[in-house]
Design a protein. Structure first.
Length: 202
């Protein structure tokens, strides 16, 4: 019986040390502990009070994020924007991949913008824009809107690149490397249909 107890205690100690090592090594990145973010590429959730959304501020924010994408021949918005107010912003919406939360209140002494990565889910980016009044909000947003958009777009590109690397077309990259001596990440769903000396068709 004593030998069996010793074995059990030894097993529990090993398990504790293993878990402890795991969490210590991941202390700088806890995104693996969070649930997966929701939403499609280009989705953007704006959290703003209805009275502000229906006015000048909402018009400015919506028109900026839904401007036509410059790279598309057919006019399509850069982001698909969804708006909800703070009362509706529950845990269901906290998992959205791209979120901009706005607060306009005298409790904020000066306008500010903060950014949080993987706050409630992963991968995720959350911007918080705070201002004491509408005028200072619009001034801050006007100065920072391009930086906000670029940050979100770069995050979307990184996410898509990670997916492409994870799910690659079987054998295509290897053939390109062997025949043409260059590397290319080819996502699943593509095939090497034509491979001539000076021409390829994927």
């Amino acid at each position: 019986m004593k030998v069996q107890k010793i074995k059990i205690i030894f097993f529990l100690l090993i398990s504790v040390f293993s878990l402890n090592s795991c969490f210590k090594s991941s202390s700088s990145d806890t995104s693996f502990l969070k649930q997966n973010s929701t939403g499609a590429m280009g989705d953007l959730l704006i959290v703003m009070e209805d009275t502000k959304w229906d006015g000048t501020i909402g018009d400015s924010v919506f028109s900026f994020f839904t401007q036509p994408h410059p790279s598309f021949l057919q006019a399509e918005p850069i982001f698909k924007v969804t708006h909800i107010n703070h009362a509706a912003f529950s845990s269901i919406f906290e998992t959205q991949r791209n979120i901009v939360i706005t607060h306009i209140s005298s409790e904020y002494p000066e306008p500010s913008i903060t950014i949080a990565k993987d706050k409630w889910a992963a991968p995720q980016i959350v911007f918080s824009i705070n201002a004491p009044d509408e005028k200072s909000f619009l001034e801050l947003f006007s100065k920072s809107q391009k930086s906000i958009m670029d940050t979100i777009l770069n995050q979307e590109i990184s996410r898509y690149q990670a997916i492409c690397k994870k799910y690659q077309a079987e054998g295509v990259a290897e053939k390109l490397s062997e025949k043409y001596n260059f590397t290319l990440t080819v996502p699943s769903g593509y095939n090497l249909d034509v491979a001539k000396d000076s021409f390829i068709w994927i």
